[in-house]
Design a protein around this ligand. Sequence first.
Ligand SMILES: O=C(O)CCC(=O)C(=O)O
Length: 299
Amino acid sequence: MGLSQQELDAFERDGWVGPFDLFEPAVAARLLSRIRAEVIPVRCEIYAHTRGELEFVDYKRDRHLDSPLAFRIASAPEIVSRASSLLGPDVLLWRSDAFEQGIGDPATAPHQDGAFEATRRTHPLIEAGEGQQAVAHQTDPFDVRIPLSIGAWITLTPVTKKRGSLWVVPGTHKELITEVPGEGFAGMKTVPSRHFEPSDGHAIEIEAGQFILFHNLVVHGSYPVEEGRRFAWTTRYVSTETRIHPRSTINAQGQDLSRWGAVLVSGQDRARRNVMRAPPAISNASILEERALAHATAG
Ligand SMILES: O=C(O)CCC(=O)C(=O)O
């Protein structure tokens, strides 16, 4: 599958590309009702022994590690083959997060994901591998051709401006914008030093079951929800050269990482730089029939 040359060019120019089809809207709606009923109410097994500083991370983060259903989505060839066009043949799934917003919820404040320092901002969560200049684009020499991380923003509800669509600011992935104190995304106490409005960006108005791929440096935010609820899921991929959580045993929201591991979703782990984990076992059943949880876990 992979990305066409035109799509690669668009990604290099804009820092995002899509939308692409993953599921029919009716399938996305059924998957969402199963995820809401069977996955989200249960704490993630990987973090059941530890608590994050933000409540959502305990229930929504890294469900690809304890939910066969979530892993089927995160490892879908439609996503992984395209991420591999950007990251190279050897790809790790390192993290996933779900973002559900309804009327009255704060919109996502504009931000770059950068190295995912997030609320603690003590150290980068992901770092370029040694000797990999292209991956090491976050400092000089600045090279955006191989991103430090690619996110797939997958929506399981239709999204429009009124329904909380993401907006991305094309071209902002070519610089690392300094940050200043402020009320930022997901509890962060910093915001970009340049002001961004939704009107600066491109609104990602897509159907349930579609996704986009975005660079870890592209500025993105969301419109406030005025109608319905929207549920989007971001699965994040890196090259096997990238070091994940190299300097800490907790993540940026305080969860203990002793049960966490990266999952190989394409190629081979030739670099052997990261803690790895086997994904939950998946079946041959249709995705709608896949098990929600690998093990029954108390909520
Ligand atoms: O869905 C959203 O509003 C936020 C998504 C986001 O910031 C991310 O996936 O990095």
